[in-house]
Ligand binder design. Sequence first.
Ligand code: GLA
Length: 389
Amino acid sequence: MNVNLEKLVDLFLLKHGTSTDPINIFFAPGRVNLIGEHTDYNYGVVLPCAINYGTFLLARINHTNKIRLSTTNFRYSTTVTIDNSFQPHSNEWVNYPLGVFNEFFKMGISIPALDLLYSGNIPSGAGLSSSASIEMITAFAINDISALNLGMIDLIKMSQRAENSFVGVNCGIMDQFAVGVGQRDHAILLDCKTLEYEQVAINFTDYILIVANTNKKRKLSDSKYNERVLECNKALNILKKYAPIQALGDLSVDDFEQYKTNIEDDILRKRVAHVVYENERVRQATEALKSNDLSSFGLLMYDSHSSLRENYEVTGYELDSLVEAALAQKGVLGSRMTGAGFGGCTVNLVHQSHAEEFLLNVEQVYYRKTGLMPDFYQIEISGGVRRYS
Ligand code: GLA
């Protein structure tokens, strides 16, 4: 990751002055989801990995009763007083750290007075979990500096709750989980119900992961994300009358085929079809990865995208155009949207010898169709949140 840490430290000193207290530096990655979309809040399975784009946080105790926060990503700084509880703020960015502070309060833990400087290179609103990265790095830093000894799963759950209650997005646990437990060259097969997970070794041999950004702006809390969560709950309540399930993730393909006619609403039936078959695809994709069958893996990526387009209806013209442009190129095994959808990014499995023409051609085709220039990031699968120095 191309961040000049010396410059960041200089900036921190410029803002906050020198002190005998150490500046603690932490790093939290973003994530890309390989497959398993909109299954996490249905307690199904997902297969994300942490990436080499992320957030740095410089943190130092300031011996006041205030927390001073700033970011290099845009011109913003603010100071909050540590008293009882924090309230959601009109600045969206600051709600990610504030939401996490509030979770510590709710657990009866008083947080230390800190100067905090955030700096990240995950494009925001692109579906690569810049928000989970900020939440997790905040939780991790406080846990570390105050030697609270909370486990990683606790930090993950707190961060998810912060996003649910402070930001107002009823997200599942996938993003925070991937940011927390990511490992270099491994994808995480996570069962979102039991939180059991397996690190699945990734060996793409001559293929690389290229993430392409539609650059269509979206805001998760404004989007139809919460609407999809509600639709799934409605469908679940119908199905519960017929099948012994607690979540859509409990529904097997056979059960779904048996009970689906009980869901009279076509739209709700399509939503469930997506969730049930997507869970199946995650399992098959994991097997394909384990047996180095990249062609099958790529086909599953595309099936996932089709289902997100047809059944879950979270893609849209830009994402669909980007996927179609990618699949028309030589050396491409798979392409799909990643994250919540409604804009954001696609993830593509591309043979490295074709990478250069991929970038040129996809850019041209996509621009011609949408009038937008895409951005591309070559992704490396890397480790989870950690102390940097
Ligand atoms: C967002 C949410 C996740 C997950 C994905 C869709 O990234 O934060 O919890 O639901 O969308 O798979």
